[in-house]
Design a protein around this ligand. Sequence first.
Ligand SMILES: [Zn+2]
Length: 478
Amino acid sequence: MLRINKAHDNPKKSLYNVIYIFSGLFVLIIAYFSYFLLVRSEDTINNAYNNREKVLAERVLRGKIISSDGEVLAETIINEDGSESRYYPYKDMLAHIVGRYDKGLTGIEEAENIRLLSVNRNSFGNMLNDMVGEKSPGNNVITTLNLKLQQVAYDALGDRRGAVVVMEPSTGKLLVMVSKPSYDPNTINVQWDSLVKDDEEGSPLYNRATQGLYPPGSTFKLHTALEYIRENPDYSGYLNDCTGSISYDGMTIHCYNGKAHGEVDLAEAFARSCNTSFSLIGKDLDINAFRLMCEDFLFNKTLPVAMASSQSRFELKEGSSGIKEKMQTAIGQGNTLISPLHNLMIASAVANNGVMMKPYVVDRIESYSGKMIKGYVPQKYATPMTVTEADFLKRLMRGVVTDGTANELNSLEVPVAGKTGSAEQEGKPAHAWFIGFAPVGEPEIAISVIVENSGSGSEYAVPIARKILDAYFNNEAD
Ligand SMILES: [Zn+2]
């Protein structure tokens, strides 16, 4: 109070104060531009676009990557000797999705590189930092990842190879992405040689969720069922008597463990995953229409994601594919291959009334002080089926839980819909699949699980989905 009164008493003095401040600022600005012209201009002019990152990295302390629940997933720490290290507190738990900084950027580190190296605050602060040789703090990337659920999925997969991905079907928001085996990005430089050597066998560097391609097994029966109802408007009268296997031209297709399902309608054949019924359905399908439908679901297409991914394959072709290949394809064997993320997008499209959303993992960019710089808006990507068709598939998938191979999920309080798969491997146990969503009425989460060389989907993938559903709906991991 006293000071203010004094200033009022002496307007000349406060005017001088203002002049001093502005003169000081002017000197600073001149100094900054001189410094820039003499020292910095050369590198700025000489550096092409791909060197922009290098220039930024000299001036900016790389921002943090943060989970949706506010936990730091990656940050840069300054060591005692002044050098910098990128630190990943959760080690190998999020290595594929968060990515790594050393040995070539991957994951979010790669996709959001420039934003992590950008600074949004007043240029006066940046200028001061520049002059005293201190780096300005880069923007933070706030992800959609749910750390608690990621931990549940990571633990549930245990020591098995495989992947788990979880998404919000109505938005495309990715909540979980686990790939095993994994590696610790903190020690990548030390481990690099052995990781690269392992690459042929276990491929820990590989993101199985987006880059892994597997036969879809019986999860593909969703497509076969959809094509069948499109071609056969009288599908409600479908009946087949399953004896446990079917032979055609020297090829025999078995139901899982040779089980005879007896007389089944379409819903029962789907719920019990009857290979005999579905390979017979596949025998008479129109190859061209089947192919076009699968391509509407993004088979043979690049997935719309900001990370390394593989194209799923559907290879049936009019003229070159025989009946046997059609029968195999209809049950998810044959030459068809799919990534766990793609299968998740398919389950999510069914959950979301036929609309496939573009998956995303970055919710927003914030300045170091928490000011919102840029937010992500969910985007519709494709509509591969009608609302009526999605409803029909939802009912089939609900039957898998109430009356079929994912019956283990029926005791959960939340109503779940899904499809299991057991992708058979020559001389090895099958890859176990589960895709599904819950609650059936208004789905909040969709899940895709693959467990390599383990056995049936019911036995190995369903229990993992159960743990995730239980954590999400009962332990408030949201
Ligand atoms: Zn059967």
